[in-house]
Design a protein around this ligand. Structure first.
Ligand SMILES: [Zn+2]
Length: 472
């Protein structure tokens, strides 16, 4: 890396993506505080890191992850019984893995997931973290030990992380306690908030600046797992501190029916009528929602996080993104269970699931759109700008003052070779192979160079050992 005398690092790719288009002949100048200082014409550049045949794009933001679930990839893809396999049977298998992980295992699993994220162009992650206690339900000396292991993993890989600390009080309405959930449960909001505040303090959460690498958010697990009074208290706490709030919402029809039984209202209607929605609120999944519920989310300026690669894997259903977009609801993306980690696959699935459902093409386009990349631009914004807004991350776009978080793709990669400037974004969003991702830079620091991470071998070796221990 070449530094000029003024301590600025200049990156000179073939193309830079900003303002919804690829611009040739420009360089990105980073200052020594890890932010973008300016974007200048290439002919004004003296010393630069040349990125030949590469296009540079803002880093992807993964707004919903359960990092430890990386250990069950490929292990839940067969029938378990004569009855129907479903989200609920998958969940029991996931729990049995979760309950065998030591703090160190959680670090190793998370580091593997975050490595894979980095290699695919992700620069920040929202970790929806619900493992708090030992498998017997007893707290560790530090009640945030496991959250800190996950944060340490992200920082060792080099990603920014929003630790969305989960509140989990019960198995469900009129549902007997499930011992498999011992590690999640904080029975009352006082315990949850006390532990949350300690974590926030320990991480040294600051305001939304370009330099913040780890911060916190409030994450009531779902209307099923958190009763209304508890929910009110933690959301009130988030409101006072302007924290992001993430919550699983209407992922499964059974969750919606149980909520109607308990409260006489659907999950979205419950949150809306209780005044618990806000522009800091993100409903994760939001699949089984009526047009009225979509309007309620829109009225509150709340966001949605879709996780289509997980939702198709679990048989959850299809997120009605067309209606969310029509109502102006911003949609972020998450790799969630990590059945695979490829946020651009999640982006394209938003459109593809609707094509299969409606037997149409270009569902998310509109006749007012101009240019051939309009749908791709919309999907790419979900993977960047909306993700950053959802988890309160400082990135999302490349502008002066924003963090220098970006990735590059090889324009000669077979998956996108031959694309013109005009159709490059569509080629990337609809066709990019992860092997095309070459550089990943977070806060001006290159964490992936030429498609490799410096700790890659060690992280993979440790993860292989973990898998052997778990599964033999
Ligand atoms: Zn989830």
């Amino acid at each position: 890396m070449t530094l000029s005398s003024s301590n600025l690092t200049t990156w000179l790719p073939e193309l830079i993506y900003r303002n919804h288009a690829f611009q040739p002949g420009h360089a990105l100048v980073c200052d020594d505080t890890t932010s973008v200082a300016s974007i200048i014409p290439a002919n004004e550049v003296e010393n630069a890191v040349r990125l030949h045949d590469r296009a540079l794009l803002p880093g992807l933001i993964n707004a919903h992850s359960h990092a430890f679930q990386r250990v069950i990839r490929g292990r839940t893809e067969s029938r378990t019984a004569n009855t129907t396999d479903s989200f609920w049977t998958w969940r029991e298998m996931m729990y049995s893995a979760a309950n065998r992980l030591t703090p160190e295992d959680i670090y190793d699993a998370a580091r593997m997931a975050f490595l894979e994220m980095a290699l695919s162009g992700i620069t920040a992650v929202g970790e929806f973290h619900y493992l708090h206690y030992g498998a017997d339900g007893r707290p560790y000396n530090d009640p945030n030990l496991l959250a800190k292991e996950v944060v340490r993993a992200a920082q060792d890989v080099g990603l920014r992380i929003a630790l969305l600390r989960v509140a989990y009080a019960r198995s469900g309405y009129e549902t007997a306690p499930n011992p498999q959930q011992n590690r999640f449960i904080e029975k009352d909001p006082e315990t949850y908030l006390r532990n949350f505040e300690q974590l926030s303090k320990d991480l040294g959460r600051t305001n939304n600046s370009a330099h913040v690498t780890a911060w916190v958010g409030i994450a009531p697990h779902s209307v099923r797992a958190v009763p209304l009074d508890y929910l009110r208290q933690v959301i009130q706490f988030a409101a006072e501190r302007q924290l992001p709030v993430h919550m699983h919402l209407a992922e499964q029809q059974a969750e919606v029916s149980a909520c109607i039984k308990e409260y006489g209202r659907s999950p979205v209607a419950l949150l809306a009528t209780e005044g618990l929605l806000s522009e800091r609120f993100t409903g994760v999944h939001a699949i089984h929602v009526t047009p009225k519920a979509i309007a309620m989310l829109s009225d509150a300026r709340a966001m949605v996080c879709a996780c289509p690669t997980t939702e198709r894997n679990l048989g959850d259903g299809i997120v009605p993104v067309d209606n969310f977009f029509k109502q102006g609801v911003r949609v972020a993306l998450g790799t969630d269970s990590h059945a695979e980690i490829d946020l651009l696959e999640d982006a394209r699935e938003l459109e593809y699931h609707l094509r299969l459902q409606k037997l149409e093409r270009a569902v998310l386009g509109s006749t007012e759109d101009s240019g051939m990349s309009a749908i791709a631009a919309r999907l790419f914004a979900s993977a960047t700008v909306s993700g950053a807004e959802s988890i309160d991350a400082p990135g999302g776009t490349l502008e002066p003052g924003r963090p220098a978080d970006f990735f590059t793709v090889d324009l000669n990669d077979p998956s996108i070779a031959g694309a013109s400037e005009d159709d490059l974004l569509s080629s990337i969003v609809f066709g990019l192979s992860k092997t095309a991702v070459k550089d990943v830079v977070v806060g001006g620091k290159r964490i992936v160079a030429d498609g490799r991470h410096a700790q890659q071998e060690e992280i993979i070796e440790r993860f292989k050992k973990l898998q052997k221990k778990l599964w033999g």
